[in-house]
Design a binder for this molecule. Structure first.
Ligand code: AMP
Length: 271
């Protein structure tokens, strides 16, 4: 049986940050001395924002995932007014703050991050989970500076959908039968956007007006500025990912074998 946690199991330390629904604190589990992050969420705020369902899904999905580049969710508990999530502590904090500080990342650093996220996505998609919200704000950094994908609030488990479709599978057209792969390609697209933002410091379809961004995405209006200088290999990889037809986007296992990734990422890390 899984352990039932309570607040008295933890010694609460310094605040690590504030989110939309509450605060995150450093904490130590008293018995094991294990350092964790505890996210405190207020039930009334969750209800007001109709985020209860979202949180339930986030907990259900994230607690079953085990990958070095995916933030662990060890467990949860609650009292009358609050929900507490016990999370892996990401010692080096938020990636987007690093990006803000550096303006943009080197090719090596970008390629290492992209390869790590690609490996985590291969694991996720293999478990029929699609993250659907890959962006710098949802990436944290561990003690060694390694990527930790966090925030599974928008993720879905496509297995449920397939289960409910079981009875009628015989009548489904090919594009719906293939919908798991099809949907997972949204995460590949985001990885292309992320790669661009790492290298240029701004996302590729950015515009002052939302409607312009929307149009630029629809048209895949991809332009590579002259500054900062980015290698042809990186541009080639981004161009192979940011493809309108989702079935034509570079599959993740091929992304890991792309020359630009091979050049910058230690081979032993890929295998
Ligand atoms: P969130 O509510 O998830 O947006 O978290 C608010 C802030 O707390 C984040 O922006 C991070 O700075 C920090 N934070 C959240 N989770 C962790 C964690 N597991 N380890 C370290 N810092 C975290």
């Amino acid at each position: 049986m899984e352990k039932r946690w309570t607040l008295s199991d933890f010694e609460i330390g310094k605040p690590l940050g504030k989110g939309k629904f509450g605060q995150v604190f450093l904490a130590r589990e008293k018995k094991s001395n294990h350092i964790v992050a505890i996210k405190v969420l207020f039930k009334n705020q969750l209800k007001q924002s109709q985020a209860v369902h979202q949180l339930r899904r986030e907990v259900e999905i994230q607690s079953h995932l085990r990958h070095p580049n995916i933030l662990r969710l060890y467990g949860y508990f609650y009292d009358q007014t609050k929900v507490f999530l016990i999370l892996e502590y990401a010692a080096k904090g938020e990636l987007y703050k690093e990006l803000q500080k550096c303006k943009y990342f080197s090719e090596k650093r970008s390629a290492m991050y992209i390869a790590s996220i690609a490996r985590a996505l291969i694991y996720l998609h293999g478990k029929h989970v699609i993250h659907r919200d890959i962006k710098p704000e949802n990436l944290l950094l561990g003690q060694q500076g390694e990527i930790k994908i966090a925030d599974f609030g928008w993720s879905v488990h496509t297995f449920n959908r397939r289960q409910t479709m079981c009875g009628t599978l015989d009548y489904l057209p090919p594009e719906m039968v293939e919908s798991v792969e099809h949907d997972a390609s949204v995460d590949i697209w985001s990885l292309g956007v992320l790669c661009y933002e790492f290298l240029y410091g701004v996302p590729p379809f950015e515009a002052i007006d939302h409607s312009v961004t929307y149009k630029r995405i629809i048209e895949v209006d991809l332009k590579f500025p002259l500054e900062p200088i980015v290698s042809p290999g990186a541009k080639d990889l981004i161009s192979q990912i940011l493809v309108k037809d989702s079935s034509q986007r570079l599959p993740l296992h091929k992304l890991l074998k792309h020359p630009w990734i091979i050049q910058h990422v230690d081979h032993s890390e890929i295998c």
